[in-house]
Write a protein that binds this ligand. Structure first.
Ligand code: GLY
Length: 408
C-alpha cells in the first residue's frame, strides 16, 4: 500500500514541481526589462552621474583614475595613462545627448592632455589622445574649437612612433617590474595605442608607419597569443638582437594564466586593425580571442580579473572593452550567422553591465561601473570603479544605440 502511494504520488510531485518551475521561469521572463530599455536607462543615469562628477573633480587639470572603496574618484594629472578617458566620456556624452554643456566640458578636460604630446616615456599616448582629441576631431571636424586638434594628434603620434624597435618588429613598453638583463618589454596593452598611429599614417599617407603598425600586430599576436587563443601580458626581447627571451604576466596571476583585461585589449586592438586595413585575418584573430574570452566568463558574463585565478575579483572593465569591440566587429561580419552570434554575445554582456551590481544605479556615486580590478599584484586595487571601465561602457551604450537606429 505504502509503495503503491509512492508510485502514484511521485509523478504527481514531479508534475507539480515542473508546473512551479515553468511558472517561476515565466515570472522571471515577464519581469525582465528588455535590453533597449536597460540601455536607455543606463544612458540617462550615466549622463546625470557624469554631469555631477564635474562638482567632484572641479579642476580641469585633474582626471579621475580609479574609485575609492567609498566610490569617490581619485584624481591624477594628465601624466597618468588614464587621463584621456574622462574627456572621452564627455565627448561620448555629447554624442549621445547633443547637449552643449557636455561639449564644453569635453573641450575643457581635453585641453590638459596636450602637454603629453612630446612624452616619449609612455606607450600609452594612444589612450590619452585618441579618447580626448581623437573623439573631439571625429565629432567636430570643422569647428574652430577643434581646429588645432589634428596637429596635436599628429605630434602625439610622431612621438609615439619613436618607440618602434626594428630589431623586435614592435613598439615597446615603458614598464616591467621583472626585467631580464638587457631586455625590452612589449605589453599587450599597446594594441590599443595603434589606433592613433594607424589613423595618422592614413591621414598623412605614411606607408612606413602603417607597415610598422602591421608589423607590431603580427609580432604581438605571434608572441602574446598562445595556440589556444589565451594570452600573455608581456613578452621580453633582447635589446640588441630583438630575440624573444620570455613571455608571461605582469598584471595577470601567473605566467601561464590569462589576465582578462589584457585579453580584452587584444580583442579590441584586432577589431581596430580590421577597421583600418579591411584585412579579414584580423577579424578571424579577433573572433578567436573573443571566443576564448566567452568560454571563460562566469554566468553573469563579467570577467574575473584573471581567467585562471582562484581569487574571485571581477573586472567589469574587461567585459566592457570586449562588449564595445564586438559591437563594432559584428558590423564587419558578412556571414549573418556569425554577425548575429557576436552581436548577441555583446548584448548579453551589455545587459549585465547595465544592471546592478555592475551599474552603479542607486549607489549615490558619480562613477558608472563597479567591481573592476585596476591591479592585483604589489598594490592591490580590486573591486573599485575605473575611469576606463566607464569609458568603454559608455562607448558600448553608444554603439548599441547606433545599431538600433540602423535596424529601424
Ligand atoms: N593599460 C594598463 C591597464 O590596463 O591596467
Amino acid at each position: 500500500m505504502k509503495w503503491f502511494k509512492i508510485y502514484f504520488a511521485f509523478p504527481s510531485v514531479i508534475c507539480l514541481l515542473l508546473i512551479a518551475c515553468t511558472s517561476t521561469k515565466k515570472v522571471v521572463q515577464q519581469s525582465e526589462v528588455p535590453l533597449d530599455k536597460l540601455v536607455d536607462n543606463a544612458i540617462r543615469k550615466s549622463l546625470i552621474c557624469l554631469a555631477k562628477s564635474v562638482e567632484e573633480v572641479k579642476d580641469t587639470a585633474l582626471y579621475p583614475t580609479y574609485g575609492t572603496k567609498t566610490l569617490q574618484w581619485q584624481l591624477k594629472s594628465s601624466d597618468d595613462w588614464t587621463s584621456g578617458f574622462y574627456p572621452g566620456c564627455f565627448w561620448l556624452a555629447y554624442e549621445l545627448s547633443k547637449k552643449q554643456q557636455f561639449r564644453q566640458w569635453a573641450i575643457d578636460w581635453t585641453k590638459g592632455i596636450e602637454r603629453q604630446k612630446y612624452n616619449t616615456k609612455t606607450h600609452d599616448l594612444g589612450f590619452r589622445f585618441g579618447c580626448s582629441f581623437g573623439n573631439g576631431l571625429r565629432l567636430l571636424p570643422n569647428d574652430t574649437a577643434t581646429s588645432h586638434y589634428k596637429d596635436i594628434l599628429l605630434t602625439a603620434a610622431n612621438t609615439m612612433d619613436k618607440r618602434f624597435s626594428p630589431a623586435i618588429g614592435s613598439y615597446t613598453s615603458d614598464w616591467d617590474f621583472k626585467p631580464l638583463p638587457n631586455s625590452v618589454p612589449v605589453v599587450i596593452d599597446i594594441m590599443m595605442n595603434l589606433e592613433l598611429l594607424l589613423w595618422t599614417s592614413q591621414h598623412i599617407g605614411d606607408t612606413a608607419r602603417y607597415n610598422r603598425c602591421l608589423c607590431h600586430i603580427a609580432t604581438s599576436y605571434r608572441d602574446l597569443v598562445r595556440a589556444d587563443a589565451s594570452s600573455f601580458h608581456i613578452a621580453r626581447y633582447d635589446k640588441i638582437t630583438g630575440k624573444l627571451l620570455n613571455q608571461g604576466q605582469l598584471q595577470g596571476d601567473v605566467d601561464s594564466s590569462t589576465w582578462s583585461r589584457g585579453h580584452s585589449w587584444m580583442v579590441y586592438g584586432l577589431v581596430v586593425a580590421y577597421r583600418f586595413t579591411k584585412d579579414t585575418q584580423y577579424l578571424d584573430k579577433a573572433m578567436a580571442v573573443a571566443d576564448y574570452f566567452f568560454k571563460h566568463l562566469p554566468k553573469d558574463r563579467i570577467a574575473n580579473w584573471d581567467f585562471q585565478s582562484t581569487l574571485d575579483y571581477r573586472d567589469a572593465t574587461a567585459s566592457a572593452v570586449v562588449c564595445s569591440a564586438l559591437l563594432e566587429m559584428q558590423g564587419y561580419l558578412k556571414d549573418p550567422l556569425k554577425q548575429r552570434y557576436y552581436l548577441s554575445k555583446a548584448e548579453r554582456i551589455l545587459e549585465s553591465l547595465c544592471k546592478p551590481p555592475y551599474f552603479s544605479e542607486g549607489k549615490g556615486t558619480n562613477c558608472l561601473l563597479l567591481h573592476c580590478t585596476q591591479y592585483y599584484h604589489r598594490t592591490p586595487n580590486t573591486d573599485v570603479p575605473c575611469s576606463f571601465g566607464d569609458y568603454y561602457f559608455m562607448e558600448s551604450l553608444l554603439r548599441y544605440k547606433y545599431i538600433q537606429l540602423k535596424s529601424k
